[in-house]
Design a protein around this ligand. Structure first.
Ligand SMILES: [Mn+2]
Length: 409
């Protein structure tokens, strides 16, 4: 098994994780997964594997790891709680909030940090020098882990790993690579998948879905993120388990249309004076107008409008969206928050990349810290944070002040 990767530190860690889990008694299994295609496939792989071991896992699908959410999920004891496709950076918060009541395993492929604790284990490819942005999806990592815990190859899991990898665009160079490719080869050997070359790019046809992996991934991400607050990920999870019904495909297409309509309407509002202009940023707040879409879409929206003609190309674009504290399956959480996404119009993007203008990776986390929020993702030309509701104007003021401070030096 896994001949190609023998001696590999990551593989050894997965073996150790199995030993760690087998050494502890737990009553039930809880799976916490992200709401895009990769997260849904990773969650489904865990579900299938623990089911094969005779357990019936409880599933939670979340968009973000936040203390108020961790608190709800960990209000139990003697369980095995497995996070997949998220949690890598929140290991210490999860450990402290759980306080040793449960056994926690985090399987992630995003940048993360190591955590010490008797009842927590973080296995993140990035900690082993394997880029989770290119060579391994959460689904592939989870698939490999599940091979160890079940000591077998479970039908359909390798295909799900392929969908997750494609969902995270790991095929962007023409085909999937590294560990993801290993899962693809397993799916092909099992007769689940075929490679087709389409315009000098690989596409992966999956027999079970009678469809290409990229199309399946697109449906799952739409159901999970655009349909987040109506629990669309449950339709995605069922489809990942059993295949797509016509109704589920119809719902995915309706959700796509809904997103387009809501975006169109919001653009009209912004054009008609719905945008506020400061010295360095133009910004707006969509409140709950994007319901039932999750907070991922504020980033998509800002990205979509940043180069439109009504946008001032010398200023950054910032959009706020309410994080609704009534989560599907989890119920009410004790936190009212807002997500903010920043983007740069193309001419400003060039100035950031040439060093003429400070990048969002510096300015937004700093402003976020000043208002007591948490940076969510920070890149030079695209960044996002979570802050408490009611502190939006303060964040904009602090961010403007930081821009002034950095420009004057
Ligand atoms: Mn992922």
């Amino acid at each position: 098994m896994l001949k190609e990767f023998i001696g590999d530190e990551l593989i050894k860690a997965l073996e150790r994780a199995k030993e760690g889990i087998c050494a502890v008694e737990f009553r039930d299994v809880v799976i916490v997964h992200h709401n895009d295609a990769d997260g849904i496939c990773a969650g489904t792989i865990l579900y299938k594997s623990f089911s094969a071991l005779g357990m019936k896992p409880k599933m939670y699908c979340i968009e973000k790891v936040h203390p108020a959410i961790i608190e709800k999920i960990h209000a139990r004891e003697d369980s095995l709680i497995v996070y997949t496709d998220l949690g890598g950076l929140a290991g210490d918060i999860i450990r402290d909030m759980d306080a040793g009541r449960n056994l926690v395993l985090i399987l992630d492929h995003h940048p993360s940090k190591e955590v010490r604790g008797e009842k927590i284990l973080v296995i993140d490819s990035e900690l082993f020098g394997v880029s989770g942005d290119v060579f391994i999806s959460a689904s592939t990592l989870t698939y490999l882990f599940c091979r160890y815990i079940t000591d077998s190859e479970i039908e359909g899991c390798a295909s799900l790993a392929v969908i997750g990898s494609v969902g995270d665009y790991h095929d962007r160079s023409g085909g999937i690579l590294g560990y993801d490719r290993y899962a693809l080869e397993q799916a092909i050997d099992a007769g689940e998948a075929k490679i087709k070359i389409d315009d000098s790019r690989e596409r992966y046809f999956l027999n079970k879905f009678n469809e290409f992996a990229d199309v399946v991934a697109d449906y799952l991400t739409t159901l999970g993120s655009v349909g987040y607050y109506e629990g669309g990920y449950k339709l995605g999870f069922n489809a990942a388990l059993h295949g797509f019904s016509d109704e589920v495909i119809k719902r995915a297409n309706e959700l796509k249309r809904l997103k387009d309509e809501k975006f169109k309407r919001k653009i009209e509002e912004l054009k008609n004076g719905g945008i506020r202009k400061e010295k360095h940023v133009q910004w707006f707040h969509v409140g709950r107008d994007f319901m039932p879409m999750g907070v991922k879409v504020i980033g998509l929206f800002c990205h979509g409008i940043k180069d439109m003609s009504f946008i001032d190309e010398d200023k950054f674009v910032a959009g706020f969206q309410d994080f609704i504290p009534e989560l599907p399956d989890l119920g009410r959480i004790d936190w009212e928050g807002v997500k903010v996404s920043f983007r740069a119009p193309a001419p400003l993007e060039r100035k950031v990349l040439s060093g003429e203008v400070p990048g969002l990776d510096i300015t937004l986390p700093r402003a976020t810290e000043r208002v007591g929020g948490t940076a969510d993702a920070s890149h030079r030309i695209a960044a996002a944070s979570l802050i408490d509701k009611g502190r939006e104007e303060e964040l904009i003021r602090e961010w403007e002040a930081i821009m002034e401070e950095l420009s004057s030096t």
